[in-house]
Design a protein around this ligand. Sequence first.
Ligand SMILES: O=C(O)CNC(=O)[C@H](CS)NC(=O)CCC(=O)C(=O)O
Length: 282
Amino acid sequence: MVLAAVAQLTSTGVIADNLAVASGLVKRAAASGARALFLPEATDFIAPSPSVGALTRSAQARSFVPYLCKEAKQSNIWVSVGVHEAPAEELGDKERCYNTQVLIDNEGKVRESYRKLHLFDVDIKGGLTILESNTTIPGKAIPRVHPSPIGALGLQTCYDIRFPESSLSLRRQGAQILTFPSAFTVRTGAAHWEVLLRARALDTQSYVLAAAQVGAHEGTKRVSYGHAMIVDPWGSIVAQCSDMQPYKPTLCFANIDLDALTSMRTEMPLWDQRRTDVYPEL
Ligand SMILES: O=C(O)CNC(=O)[C@H](CS)NC(=O)CCC(=O)C(=O)O
């Protein structure tokens, strides 16, 4: 069995501060014996929409992932982190970014940059209006599944969790662990977060690692739901970060038991029982 760590933190608009928090968590996770650490969506910064374009293209943003690569290597731990990724200059998009989950191995190499597929464009009567597509370019591909010391990783991000098709497709590719770095809103989080995480764990028979932003983000109107957690393939919440205030950067840990996962998949062989003669295979 191997230990995984999932983080909960509150990013601000100051990239250097967020990098210091993330680096501290890498060291703490490694010192606790974890082989992989999962940081939330937008760990690099959360800032008002009009400043996202410039912040994404700043020198601090450009050195954010390279710095974490060094930390990962130094601490000999895999790190997943959600960041704003500037598109290639030749695309001519001077404002928008990708919402990207970067997977870094324990030698400091980037194994994957997964660009969030589903953008959070919602207009809920009585309050919540967020148009992620104002600042974000959607990704175009389901990522490969990556072997890692804790198991085969299928990367997804936040709102992607509402679209089971991509999770099922990752499971079919061989994923044993699904990652959902997130920044859920308080209203939707309170109603849906835990149910969604447990549902994806159950319908893919996989571990779900859900790092999360928590609390009020300075200088913005945004407040994140938190409740970072780890769910096992049986749907049990096996670790959860504290919801006690004042919020501090924090970790929760769980052992990943791939033998138990394999037995469960054998005992309840959902993948052999799918009726792909009746509905399409994903
Ligand atoms: O780029 C950033 O600044 C961080 N990104 C986010 O916070 C994203 C897009 S606004 N949030 C979500 O997808 C929340 C989903 C959610 O709350 C739900 O599905 O209910």
